[in-house]
Design a protein around this ligand. Structure first.
Ligand SMILES: [Zn+2]
Ligand SMILES: [Zn+2]
Length: 354
């Protein structure tokens, strides 16, 4: 009689454990996926200087790589579609990280994530059993304790266990042993699930996280297309940027002529010059906000200092700019001789100083 009861108890505990691991295994796999994604994101931020600061720091690295690459089409994308350009840059860097680190860091992260979760589950089994066996608990109570001990170390749907929570558990020690014995095979299974998943599927998630970290205001100066450096999207107050660019970069030209405007917004707002918008309305640069819309929401302070970067760009890509905007760097828009003397190394040194 007593042997029969023991057998029933053991069988029911075994099926209880089987069912529990059936539910635990995919949860473990998903948790490890999430942990790996966090660890890899952290490693990318720590090892890639473009990602370990704010958006202005990222932009600096983008300007450096644009100059190194010297590809006008890439510049064109950056100038006219900065948000998508930044995202592509982040995606490319992330993809590169994966191709370089697939066999090294990523493998180590998987190993430590598996070990972490294994020890979390093992200690949850031991702790919950130790508490439960002193008060002859039910399965439901043991499951509550087990989930409590796991805490946020494992994203686990407790509600999926309703069908087994009314089971009576007489032998807590046997439950502990059965749960512990199933741990290694279950972790092997998780490893199998993992090796069948394409780790590259993590790239879009990481790109999204990094993009959110490095987001900010995407408004561009209506004159020169420089991007507002405020780190808060939809921030209060005016848009602003420390360095504006020669307006030719955005195709600005002298009224009814083919001559580019090579001056910077910051020097023009200090001058007596004026600008004319498409509907032939004329505005003084000094009172640029009167032009309304985007002009009214930018703070452009008079300043004569400019970065060598955009002077080098204009001089270096003069024919491409002329071709794309169908305007000329002649007359008032003639590129000063000093600009042609600026070398790529000069602009890289200048950026690296910042
Ligand atoms: Zn500007
Ligand atoms: Zn802004």
């Amino acid at each position: 009689m007593s042997f029969k009861i023991f057998c029933q108890g053991a069988t029911s505990i075994t099926s209880f454990v089987d069912f529990l691991w059936q539910k635990l295994t995919p949860a473990v796999s998903d948790t490890i996926w999430g942990n790996m994604s966090l660890k890899i994101t952290g490693d990318i931020q720590a090892t890639c200087p473009a990602f370990n600061g704010n958006r202005a720091n990222l932009e600096k690295h983008i300007l450096i790589s644009l100059a190194e690459e010297e590809n006008f089409d890439s510049y064109w994308q950056y100038i006219h579609n900065p948000e998508s350009f930044f995202r592509t840059y982040i995606r490319n860097k992330t993809t590169k990280y994966f191709s370089v680190n697939r066999g090294k860091n990523i493998k180590t992260f998987l190993k430590t994530s598996l070990e972490d979760i294994k020890s979390a589950i093992l200690s949850a089994i031991h702790e919950s059993t130790a508490v439960a066996k002193n008060k002859s608990s039910t399965a439901s109570e043991w499951l509550d304790l087990f989930c409590d001990y796991l805490g946020n170390k494992l994203i686990f749907p407790r509600r999926d266990l309703i069908s087994i929570e009314h089971q009576e558990i007489k032998d807590m020690e046997f439950l502990k042993e059965a749960m512990s014995a199933a741990l290694d095979p279950a972790m092997k299974k998780v490893e199998e699930i993992f090796s069948s998943r394409n780790i590259d599927e993590m790239i879009p998630e990481i790109e999204k996280t990094l993009s959110e970290h490095l987001c900010g205001c995407w408004k561009q100066c209506p004159f020169c297309k420089a991007i507002c450096t405020n780190t808060i999207p939809k921030h209060d107050g005016d848009h602003s940027v420390p360095f504006h660019r020669p307006q030719a970069i955005n195709g600005w030209h002298q009224y009814k002529s083919e001559h580019f405007v090579i001056d910077c917004c910051t020097s023009l707002v200090a001058s007596d010059s004026s600008f004319i918008l498409r509907d032939d309305q004329i505005f003084l640069y000094k009172k640029y906000r009167q032009a309304g819309e985007d002009f009214a929401t930018w703070s452009i302070t008079p300043d004569s200092s400019t970065q060598p970067y955009w002077k080098w760009f204009v001089s270096h890509f003069r024919s491409k700019l002329e071709e794309n905007y169908e305007k000329k760097f002649t007359n008032l828009g003639k590129i000063p001789d000093e600009w042609a003397k600026i070398t790529k190394q000069d602009v890289l040194n200048d950026l690296n100083k910042q």
